[in-house]
Design a protein around this ligand. Structure first.
Ligand code: HEM
Length: 162
């Protein structure tokens, strides 16, 4: 096993595999509320980069739904964090933000999509990862679209599985 690049020590608590604890909750004013399960993998190969994969499934049918993968970097000597993300919906994004203790708050800086992406288009994304004192990880995602202001889309809690 390769040693974690010291630049990433402030994020070492993310590394490993996380399984949702109980189904997450999805909502948005324009859709029917839904429940989903999700597995997160965070790994590294010694570079100053964390590699990640998020795979979500419909809670009842178990059908694969949303998937994202990407990279996390930290600006050395600061608490500044950047996520570089590709989503199976055809969206790619840069999110940046700050690490405060074990809470990571990110805002989209750049969004781009394939020419035939489904509408409505996402205009803005905010997410928060929080490692709770009980060792569980929480993720909350809000988004704005062409026709809705910034509002919560997802909330889920994970427990470490390895
Ligand atoms: C709907 C974006 C993550 C499940 C939507 C819509 C958008 C969107 C733009 C359409 C809203 C509308 O019609 O007004 C995103 C973004 C995500 C994300 C940007 C990540 C940052 C997820 C995840 C799941 C999920 C993790 C889990 C399964 C759904 C479902 C719908 C939906 C079931 C409603 C049906 C549909 O339009 O497919 N999402 N989503 N999304 N999202 Fe997400």
């Amino acid at each position: 096993t390769v040693e974690l690049n010291p630049t990433l020590l402030p994020l070492d608590w993310l590394l490993g595999t996380w399984e949702c604890d109980e189904p997450g909750e999805g909502c948005f004013p324009t859709i029917k509320p839904f429940r989903y399960t999700e597995t997160l993998h965070f790994s590294h190969v010694g570079q100053p980069v964390i590699n990640f994969m998020f795979n979500a499934f419909h809670a009842e049918s178990k059908k694969p739904l949303h998937r994202e993968c990407g990279f996390i970097r930290m600006q050395p000597g600061t608490n500044r964090v950047a996520f570089i993300i590709a989503q199976n919906s055809g969206l790619v994004e840069i999110e940046e933000g700050e690490l405060a203790g074990e809470q990571l708050s990110l805002q989209s800086q750049q969004l781009a999509r394939i020419s035939f992406a489904k509408q409505p288009h996402v205009k803005q994304i905010c997410r928060v990862f929080q490692l709770r004192p009980d060792g569980k990880l929480e993720q909350t995602v809000s988004m704005a679209t062409d026709n809705q202001p910034l509002m919560q889309h997802l909330h889920i809690t994970y427990r470490r599985s390895s």
